[in-house]
Design a protein around this ligand. Sequence first.
Ligand code: HEC
Length: 263
Amino acid sequence: MAIQTMKTALLAFGLTVGLASGVGLASGPALAAGEEVDLINEHFHHEGPFGAFDKAAVQRGYQVFTTVCASCHGAKYLAFRNLGEIGYTEDQIKAMASQYTVTDGPNDDGEMFDRPAIASDYFPSPYPNEKAARAANGGAYPPDLSLITKAREHGTDYVYSLMVGYEEAPADVTIGEGMYYNAYFAGHQIGMPQPLYGDDVTYQDGSSSDIHQEAHDVVSFLHWLAEPKLEERKRTGIKAMIFLVIFSGIFYAYKRRVWADLH
Ligand code: HEC
């Protein structure tokens, strides 16, 4: 009896570990000011228990992020050297970092100074502080995008939907000054002007840069940024499941032997 209980407990534990570690949740409704809006259910390569990042898409997404989003949004947890994980070489990373300026110091005279970024630097924010960011965006604050896909419910589908969700406002809706109508933003009025239209970048790998591809790629990049250890976590989850299945088998065989002796 005790063994049976233990086995059930182990199985339940295994299932919980397995589910918690990896299997992405399906897309569901997002709450927008009291009403339900169905997000677009975009398929990403990293989804599912065996899903891994599509490095080419993540690289293209980095291109979209730096070309379009980074003029308003920071990504403070992105160190240039991390780009090695998505397939860039050390030389490429050095060259990419050197296009940015970071503040360093103080020097021997006690002064801060600007210098080109190196691989170990973090991606510089476009604004020195939140007040400056708000002042430049009509009072709205462009959040740091490092963790955005995890900070929002169904984050990858949400950000994808947001990117392609700009529409003409319905006739009965009055849009505030400096606001834009978006089908997926809570309350439908967002302070971010439509960032993607398609053909905002020219992809080095020759992929089409229509708005859907750009949105897909930038979300792939943002999710890699928010969860760089996703693949490792899934592998660990699968190993734990295999271990638990084998372990349950051994326990079951053992239980049968114990009970056989008792008959
Ligand atoms: C011109 C500046 C600007 C650009 C360019 C821009 N954004 Fe924004 N973004 C904003 C502002 C301002 C907000 C805050 C909007 C609000 O709270 O009403 C915002 C908010 C967001 C949000 C958060 C929405 C939420 O649920 O709170 C996401 C996600 C986002 N932007 C993604 C992006 C991505 C991805 C790009 C590039 C493809 C991008 N943005 C380009 C200004 C910008």
